[in-house]
Design a protein around this ligand. Structure first.
Ligand SMILES: [Fe+2]
Length: 180
């Protein structure tokens, strides 16, 4: 279940309702999928064959189609990151810079963990959203953020897009950004 940490105050928010309410106040969508639907062998597997990726997508097809119908997504895929990913260090370095997109960035975590760092409204400043399997998050369009892995450095996530080009990152140079 997701947990929030506000960087300026080190305040932590946990519990589904509290996290959802805080994220809603920051215009960040938060939902949850039932990971019990996923066969156990896919819950801790971070190098996936095409067949296994297709199996994850078909397991959550109703949830994906529901999101697509509500929010206009046209295409979706699966991304995996782990120590076996070639150039993981380089990729993470590229990820770990504050940026924006013209489309929202939606991720449904199906295994592992990840963290979004998001610029909050007004005096909230930057906050971290730590995600585990089942968490679904959408960072709104034009909201400064970045994504990275947590200590275990393993994740599988479903990504949804309105159109592929909408997700091109625009760097966001922010002197107020507070590192960890
Ligand atoms: Fe992004």
């Amino acid at each position: 279940m997701a947990e929030v940490r506000i960087r300026n105050t080190d305040e932590r928010i946990s519990g589904e309702e509290q996290v959802k309410a805080f994220l809603e106040s920051q215009e960040v969508l938060y939902e949850h999928w039932d990971m019990n639907k996923l066969p156990e062998r896919l819950r801790e597997k971070f190098v996936l064959t095409d067949e296994e990726k297709a199996e994850i997508l078909s397991t959550f097809d109703p949830e994906i189609r529901d999101l697509a119908a509500r929010r206009g997504y046209q295409i979706w895929d699966i991304i995996t990151l782990s120590e076996s990913t070639p150039n993981l260090e380089e990729l993470l370095k590229k990820f770990e810079a504050v940026h924006t997109h013209t489309e929202d960035e939606i991720r449904a975590i199906t295994a592992g963990r990840g963290i979004f760092i998001i610029k909050g409204q007004d005096d909230v400043g930057y906050f971290d959203v730590e995600l585990t399997a089942g968490d679904v998050i959408s960072v709104p369009e034009n909201k400064p953020h970045f994504f990275t892995l947590m200590d275990n450095r393993q994740i599988v996530a479903v990504r949804l897009f309105i159109e592929k080009d909408g997700w091109i990152a625009t760097p966001y140079d922010d002197p107020s950004f507070v590192k960890a």
